[in-house]
Design a protein around this ligand. Structure first.
Ligand SMILES: [Zn+2]
Length: 62
């Protein structure tokens, strides 16, 4: 299973990084995010977001 990478800088995300999830379920470091702030759905550490976007909750944000 490949690591999830930041949508902007493509560095693998670490558990304690602050991550932004946007409308398209793209995960980006908080410091890398350059899109419209209105598109932000959630900001949390990667380890917390992984729980929220587990394969069994794909529709949680739709
Ligand atoms: Zn990044």
């Amino acid at each position: 299973m490949s690591k999830i990478r930041c949508g902007t800088c493509h560095v693998p995300l670490e558990n304690d990084d602050n991550i932004i999830m946007d409308f398209f379920n793209t995960l980006t470091h908080r410091g890398c995010y350059q899109q419209d702030p209105k598109m932000i759905i959630d900001v949390d550490t990667f380890k917390n977001l992984k729980v929220k976007v587990s394969p069994h909750s794909n529709n949680a944000y739709k």
